[in-house]
Design a binder for this molecule. Structure first.
Ligand SMILES: [Zn+2]
Length: 353
């Protein structure tokens, strides 16, 4: 088994991410983290142990996780559906107030004006979305103009229906493309994220990671050991941006400075994939049109680390209020206090014994 020990915060985020991507292999029962398949995953105090067979099907799980975390596809399907419903319910006056508030907030609009303005408003919003959603835009072809929509709102209805149909029938294409778009923002240009790769992204990732990790054909560096675990041999030609990325504040210059003036950073294949999984360890939150990532580091144990991040995630999912950290730390202190209480009482009983 390969052992993966807790390390710096980014690596720890990688461990949490790796566990989340492989969530079928553990459970938390009675507050305790347990492996459900000790042959593939062992959970130690300050490390996890993995058998390389854990990488079977890893690429699919990795992509699925990133796709879900990005969430754009599902959100847009939902939104387009809402647009359709709203356009279709526009003919009934009883819906006017609800629709006016949804799209025009405080603007005063008569029912007649609303019937004119709403299709144009939705058309504008939809076009803006398409500008940032190139794959769908390409597949859709020409968008009806504002004037055409003014004359006939059904054109927009048909167009939205077409979008939904394309997204559903070609989901696999959107899946590959969205994962690339999302992770490129986080990791830069590694592997399938490279700008030159615009098809077969999944296959590329599979070949670069899962395929290699499962086979024994990895080429190792003849001299260097991994600078992270200092145990396994470094993979040949591992490039610095493999996942030790923007978040880490590394750029080629500082790597040169740090590592013998070479632009390669010696990492082993296992540490590399752990670093490459750190996105899944972070909790993204959309605030003011921007995505913020949260992670709470802890190096006491793998169990604590995972549980604390699951707690943070559940609080942020509930409601990403300004004071969520206060809530998080309050809950964390409560948990710590309960635990101390338990340790204290067990100490007392051992004294008595
Ligand atoms: Zn290593």
């Amino acid at each position: 088994m390969e052992r993966i020990y807790l390390g710096d915060w980014l690596y720890n985020a990688g461990i949490v991410g790796f566990l989340k991507i492989n969530s079928h292999l553990w459970k938390i029962g009675n507050g305790k983290l347990e492996s459900t398949d000790e042959g593939l995953l062992k959970i130690g105090d300050n490390y996890i142990g993995i058998d390389r067979k854990i990488f079977e099907g890893f690429s699919k799980r990795f992509f699925d996780y990133a796709f879900k975390q990005y969430g754009r596809y599902e959100n847009l399907l939902k939104l387009f559906d809402e647009y359709l419903n709203d356009l279709n319910s526009l003919d009934k006056e009883e819906n006017a107030e609800k629709l006016r508030k949804r799209y025009f907030r405080n603007e005063e609009l008569s029912f007649k004006d609303l019937k004119k303005s709403l299709p144009i408003e939705i058309h504008g919003r939809f076009k803006k979305i398409l500008d940032g959603f190139i794959l769908l835009k390409k597949k859709l072809g020409k968008v009806p103009s504002k004037n055409e929509i003014k004359k006939d709102k059904d054109l927009l209805v048909k167009y939205l229906e077409k979008s939904i149909k394309i997204m559903k029938t070609e989901k696999n294409n959107f899946w590959e493309s969205d994962v690339q778009i999302y992770l490129r923002r986080i990791y830069g240009q590694k592997s399938f994220l490279n700008k030159s790769v615009n098809k077969n992204r999944f296959e590329k990732f599979y070949k670069d990671f899962e395929g290699l990790l499962l086979s024994s054909s990895i080429k190792y560096d003849r001299v260097f050991k991994c600078i992270n675990c200092v145990e396994r041999k470094a993979k040949k030609d591992t490039i610095f941006d493999t996942g030790i990325s923007k978040f880490y504040g590394l750029n080629p210059d500082s790597v040169n400075f740090m590592w013998n003036f070479k632009s390669k950073l010696p990492l082993c294949d296992i540490c590399e994939i752990i670093y490459f999984s750190y996105f899944a360890g972070l909790t993204p939150v959309r605030k003011n049109e921007k995505t913020h990532f949260y992670f709470v580091n802890s190096d006491s144990s793998v169990e604590e680390l995972l549980k604390e991040n699951l707690l943070l995630e559940s609080i942020l999912k509930r409601d990403a209020k300004e004071n969520f950290l206060l809530e998080f730390f309050t809950e964390l202190i409560l948990i710590a206090e309960t635990k101390k209480g338990r340790i204290y009482s067990s100490k007392c009983s051992s004294h008595r014994a």
